[in-house]
Design a protein. Structure first.
Length: 478
């Protein structure tokens, strides 16, 4: 039916609502005992809480080998991030594959205690065989004579009450055992490349990269920084790394600056930590504690990383080096570490994070690079822009589209200014920066300027004795 007349319809405004990129999401890289859980996945996994982490990756308190090298290093990240910091989510990239990283432990005689045999790092697979006697083969049957299950990462063989072997004193067991000796720094470096898969697999891009126990290797720390600078060719992050605290490295505060520089921990995309930290009877790589603290601070600021982690209380009981020698620095010594571009710990009315600088300090004078908070804000602004306007790619390039981007992002920046996250910020289309060849090639440039707060890392108060006040007080009481 034809309707005669005129009509007006209100269409939506050509304007994009900018959603801030999430911040403080760590990606932890290393090994967890997944043979005792859901098994090897081979891909980044997004974990929301402690129970899910244990279900997916398993858990063990053996974060390090006897010589201090990393073992189940992802388990300390699980504990630190979900229990100590109480933060969520986190991404984990596991390199331990029980089908590959194993060795044969054939016909091992094991004492039975309380009707059980507990085998550290034992793997329950087709190689498992339980016998009553090593001399005369008498193979037991699972489900009839015994049950096999995991307690944390340990394989437990429990004899079933009523079976013929229930009261036996020893068992001879053949099995495969987890063997992490083939996991090296090269393995971790290969796994770092899997950070690229976080966006398309999980829909999340981490902005903190951490390989606890492994980043003390300079090559690993360097590769983490390279990846942090350019994830998916688009996103920016920070590598949270640790310095080696062994005797041959930086076991005391006065060795930190030289060791850091000599081993190339100087990238503005690195946040360097020293020393180790203690909490609840455990020894942590500082990096996992700092990741949790940064996540908590960001969350308290609506996921904007404009506040420095320095001088924030952390739930630890002490600090130490690799030899477990306690470290408790007075302020002047702690400041020597900080001024080397390293984050340390200070016990001053409680244990605190102490240090505002990325690894490029003191050689880098650019305030947008050398402060942790200002550098992270610049990264976050870039990441937020990419997320907000990705859908604009390949639309017709018109002035309407350009203005929509500029107006939308300026409104978002104004909101940050009102919230105190920025002193000011603006984005502009500058004609002189957009030449003909760029425009006909379907490319245009926008220029953004912003200033976020720097940390008030020093406050000076000058005190003097005022004689006039003294004389006035005495005379007035006469």
């Amino acid at each position: 039916m034809l309707e005669h007349g005129i009509n007006a319809v209100k269409d939506g405004t050509n304007f994009a609502a900018v959603t801030s990129a999430k911040s403080g999401i760590p990606c932890f890289i290393g090994a967890w005992p997944c043979h005792a859980a859901q098994g090897y996945m081979g891909e980044p996994q997004l974990i929301l809480n402690y129970d899910e982490a244990v279900k997916v990756g398993g858990y063990s308190d053996e974060w390090r080998n006897a010589d201090g090298t990393p073992k189940w290093n992802l388990c300390q990240a699980i504990y630190a991030h979900f229990r100590l910091a109480g933060m969520s989510p986190a991404i984990f990239i596991n390199v331990f594959d029980p089908a590959v990283n194993k060795k044969i432990a054939s016909r091992e005689k094991c004492a039975v205690v309380d009707h059980r045999v507990v085998i550290a790092d034992g793997i329950k697979d087709s190689s498992l065989e339980v016998e009553v006697d090593a001399e005369v083969a008498n193979t037991l049957t699972e489900g009839v004579d015994y049950e096999a299950y995991y307690v944390n990462s340990a394989l437990t063989i429990e004899l079933i009450e009523g079976s013929s072997a229930y009261n036996i004193a020893s068992l001879t067991i053949s099995y495969n055992k987890a063997d992490l000796t083939s996991i090296t720094a090269d393995t971790i470096e290969t796994a770092i490349e899997k950070v690229e898969r976080c966006k398309n697999l999980l829909g999340v891009v981490p902005d903190l990269l951490c390989a606890p126990g492994w980043s003390q290797t300079p090559a690993v720390a360097a590769l983490l920084a390279v990846k942090a600078a350019n994830i998916n060719g688009l996103y920016k992050a920070k590598a949270v790394v640790d310095l080696d605290t062994s005797e041959d490295a930086a076991d005391t505060y006065d060795k930190v600056a030289a060791y850091k520089t000599e081993n190339g921990y100087t990238d503005d995309n690195q946040i360097v930590c020293w020393p180790l930290l203690k909490a609840n009877g455990y020894v942590f790589d500082y990096s996992v504690i700092l990741c949790g603290a940064i996540a908590a601070i960001d969350e308290s600021n609506d996921n904007c990383p404009y506040e420095s982690p320095s001088n924030k209380l952390i739930s630890i009981s002490g600090a130490c080096n690799a030899a477990n020698k306690d470290i408790s620095l007075p302020v002047p010594e702690a400041n020597i570490v900080c001024n080397a571009g390293v984050v340390t710990a200070l016990n001053f009315n409680g244990w605190r994070i102490w240090g505002n600088y990325t690894a490029c300090w003191p050689t880098e004078a650019d305030v947008a690079k050398h402060f942790i908070c200002t550098s992270r804000v610049q990264d976050w602004i870039c990441n937020s822009f990419i997320n907000a306007f990705w859908s604009y790619i390949d639309r017709p390039m018109t002035r309407v589209l350009i203005d929509a981007v500029v107006d939308s992002f300026n409104l978002w920046l104004a909101g940050l200014r009102s919230a105190g996250a920025l002193h000011d910020g603006e984005i502009r289309y500058v004609a002189d920066n957009n030449n003909t060849s760029q425009l006909i090639g379907g490319r245009f440039r926008l220029d953004t300027r912003s200033a976020s707060p720097t940390p008030a890392q020093r406050i000076d108060m000058h005190a003097e004795f005022d004689v006039d006040m003294l004389v006035s007080a005495l005379n007035n009481n006469a």
